[in-house]
Design a binder for this molecule. Sequence first.
Ligand code: FRU
Length: 508
Amino acid sequence: MRRVAGPSFPLWESRGYESHFSNYVDEEERPFLHLTPLVGWMNDPNGFSYYGGRYHLFYQYNPYDTKWGPMHWGHAVTDDFIHWDYLPVAIAPDMPYDDGGGCFSGSALTLPDGKHLLMYTGVAPGGRRLDGKAVDRQVQCLAIGDGHEYQKYEDNPVIGENMLPEGCTSEHFRDPKIWQEDDGTYRCVVANLAEDELGQILLFSSEDVFHWKYEGVLLKNDGTYGRMWECPDYFELDGKQLLMLSPQDMLPVRHDFHGGNNTICFIGHVDEETGSFVPESCQTVDHGIDFYATQTTMTADGRRVMVAWMQNWDTVTSVDPDDRIFGSMIIPREISVVDDRLYQWPVRELENRRLNRVAYEGIHLDSALLSLDGIAGRCIDLNVTVRSADENNPYSEFTLWFAQDETYHSSLRYRPSKGELKVNRTRSGSRRAFKHYRKCIVGGERDELTFRLILDKKSAEFFFNDGEQTMTITIPTDQSADGISFFAEGSVLLDVEKFDLAATTTNQ
Ligand code: FRU
């Protein structure tokens, strides 16, 4: 059957557009240390990989607008995960029959002949729902290149709808994550919506990346974790097998698995006999508001580093009309598994950006709002430890205010009796009726709380107790609101260490 042609957005046009209109982006609009789109819109990280001696990160990209639209792959490279050099758009939705409706998310690896392989989802008209309604269908495609220029494979798609078994829809079949096994063969996991409206992760195998075979369902949503699942990643870490993915339409479960779009991580093992994945536990990856669609890669020195989109699908309409860019990645995080929990920590390279250390130890804090000389700023790395001054008379609450002036502030509140953290941006200057706070519970010893906060202009990333929990939010607050204050109900002792974060490497 001949498929209906979709639209087409030529690569040359997007390259011309971005190289011209990126000049109009006010550099003040960009954070210091986070990757943003060259111009226009960014969502998911794609193709995160080490290639040709540098780390490549592609991203879902609509150069033409600050809204989601025709999906291209934007492209940037880095040596340290902090400083990024932009490269021209890598692929555009320019093949009407395969991907004219968008080059959706995917991944990358190095081929045996030294070429860089991109595996992505092509979206195009030509699908049909069970009730006969015409819809887009999603298929898996390849593009091969040298780290700069990429050619789409002439026999795309390599995994078409004809390879889907009974009960799968081709309307939602996307986000391939590819890897190479020790024996040289390839595997990929792809997210799919089954006809019963529940997400599942499908596994495929290949000898050569061009010919694929369906292997089975790696894991199916039992209805606990939202509906459709997106952006799967599957890898071994610290002796465990991890499946990370992003469910849509979650219902919250207390403070875990907050409502809407989420990112969760199953930790388990591979059954030796069947080769199938056996989940043992599941956790929310980040308890903040702006975090979605993770992707990981291995570094040359053996670290598993994770990136994610620092936004939230339910709030993406809140673009400032004067802005020429929208969307950002998180600061890449090193991840590990400790006692069957996922831990996250900013890449160690961030420490090369620290300067102007200011530190206080054992500051006695009672009910008054306290600010400390030299502890302020909107691009800082802040480390705080708080504990009861008198263990027989424990404090009941500790609060940090940041991005603060007379009008605005955002806050972090901790209640040690419940181990409950609450991040709140209600007074950050937002004029929208969005959800502005989230909570989570810390484990272990609860009187003492240690956290690290990375502030970079319009974002705040919290790492609690060595990375056992994280909370990530964006804030619209004007940069002049740079105050930081502390407050306690009860008596606490406070250690505070602050560094400014520099746009270029420091030697401190
Ligand atoms: C997740 C997602 C992916 C898709 C992409 C489209 O945020 O919906 O599933 O590939 O965005 O831009």
